[in-house]
Design a protein around this ligand. Sequence first.
Ligand SMILES: NC(=O)c1ccc[n+]([C@@H]2O[C@H](COP(=O)([O-])OP(=O)(O)OC[C@H]3O[C@@H](n4cnc5c(N)ncnc54)[C@H](O)[C@@H]3O)[C@@H](O)[C@H]2O)c1
Length: 353
Amino acid sequence: MKNHERFNNKRIVVSGGAGFVGGNLVKMLLSTADPCEVIIVDNLLSAEKSNIPDDQRITFRQGSIASDEILATLQDDIDYVFHLATYHGNQSSIHDPLADHENNTLTTLKLFERIKGFRKLQKVVYSSAGCAVAEKTYDQAHATAEDAPISLKMDSPYSISKIIGEFYSVYYHDRHGLPTVRARFQNVYGPGEILGAGQWRGTPATVWRNVTPTFVFKSLKKEALPVEGGELVSRDFIFVDDICRGLIACALAGKSGDVYNLASGMETTIRDLAQTINHLTGNSVPIQIKPAREWDHSGKRFGCTLKSRECLDFEARVTLSEGLKRTIEWTRQNLPLIESCMKKHDTQMKSFV
Ligand SMILES: NC(=O)c1ccc[n+]([C@@H]2O[C@H](COP(=O)([O-])OP(=O)(O)OC[C@H]3O[C@@H](n4cnc5c(N)ncnc54)[C@H](O)[C@@H]3O)[C@@H](O)[C@H]2O)c1
């Protein structure tokens, strides 16, 4: 039996399944296996319903994974849970920490309380974030390993929530035997990340989300790409198909109670990212170097891939230039959808100009 076939005839819950990573994961699960049901729970805070594939094996429950009504519909017949719901992202959480708490902390706690006694569960995969554990440095960065020390200084309520989710994953595993596995993502990019998806969350980050989709969109529009934090800032970019393969590896090969990095292990400066994207789209407008965001103390960072390679047999396969080509192509083809989602927030965006 191939690995993915182990999802055949299984019942799988994906919280946040209408979102960027969740939507891609659901598509991968349905195309490589034949689950009897994929239950998506999503309140569409940062997602579009159109991101959910039209497939009779999907049940969509629109609402919060912290809602008692939604939780009551989850029964002890579930085989796997992928818990991806989050309050997207750092800047929205700084703007509204209580909304972050409701959708990023309480969600994890209430979900784990509900499912802690479920006996059929084989794995509960929690999506954590590398940004919460990365060292805060502008000097030479070291690959962050899974057991790296974690500072009490966090840049945002989002990061705090992601780490609290890890604490609960460990606690519910140790205390209640919940088979949790933590997947710590680096910076994910790829098709399916819709600028402006979902509801207004208080800042322009509602529209611009992450650096890669912002750069791709602006580059296709022949605009200057804003490189925040100067020339040194770096991140570890991992293509969304690789993240989904990694999540599946966590579910099938991860050890309950443990944590794995899902990273490319490659450090790329934001300036190089901008120049590569401009090269691929043919945008000759010079990049714009801007000051660092005042809340962001994470200068350079990338993840260590040793443990996930050794224990999960997981390695990112898609190179940055290949992944960017696919992202640019997807963005080109989906410009009308992207622009209509961005447009929804025109009125609120005006007060930030
Ligand atoms: N994209 C990245 O670079 C990255 C990096 C590190 C970690 N992660 C983690 O990956 C996961 C997926 O992120 P993404 O990039 O796909 O973001 P996303 O915003 O596209 O997905 C999050 C989804 O959660 C949904 N949601 C929000 N509150 C909810 C609630 N109360 N109940 C149910 N659903 C709710 C949103 O509507 C959205 O569909 C998140 O847990 C995030 O913290 C992502």
